[in-house]
Design a protein around this ligand. Structure first.
Ligand SMILES: [Ca+2]
Length: 132
């Protein structure tokens, strides 16, 4: 019916529009997208997500990456920390090469996406898995 495409578009925009939040992953994987993905993210983005996997660890799998490139990711970046905003950095990502799976040591993973004043890309798309 005519309702199905509208519902699909609504869910798609809802899922891709969020700049940050808390996501809990259990038996079903969670999904995170940079704002607007697969359209380009905006300048001056500053988004924080917390992925939780109660009683387990989080496995973060980047499926697609398109973040303004720099040798030290000084322009735009996706920073993945173990547990909280004060925890060690597990990965700092930019460019177009997705890393392999990244795993937390505990129940949570802290994700921070930032962009500067110019040049954007499609951003990132990832799935978070509950993993023992
Ligand atoms: Ca930029």
């Amino acid at each position: 019916s005519d309702m199905q495409p509208d519902a699909f578009i609504f869910v798609f925009l809802y899922m891709t529009g969020a700049c940050g939040g808390t996501v809990t992953t259990e038996e079903t994987p969670s999904f995170l997208f940079s704002p607007g993905w697969p359209m380009n993210y905006r300048n001056f983005a500053d988004c924080v997500w917390l992925i939780r996997a109660p009683g387990s660890t989080v496995e973060f799998n980047v499926l697609a990456l398109d973040i303004e490139s720099h040798s030290s990711c000084n322009y735009d970046k996706l920073i993945i920390r173990d547990d909280t905003s004060l925890s060690p950095v597990l990965a700092s990502l930019c460019g177009r090469e997705p890393p392999g799976p990244i795993r937390s040591s505990g129940e949570a993973m802290f994700i921070h996406f930032m962009s500067d004043a110019s040049v954007t890309g499609a951003g990132f798309n990832e799935t978070g898995f509950f993993s023992r």
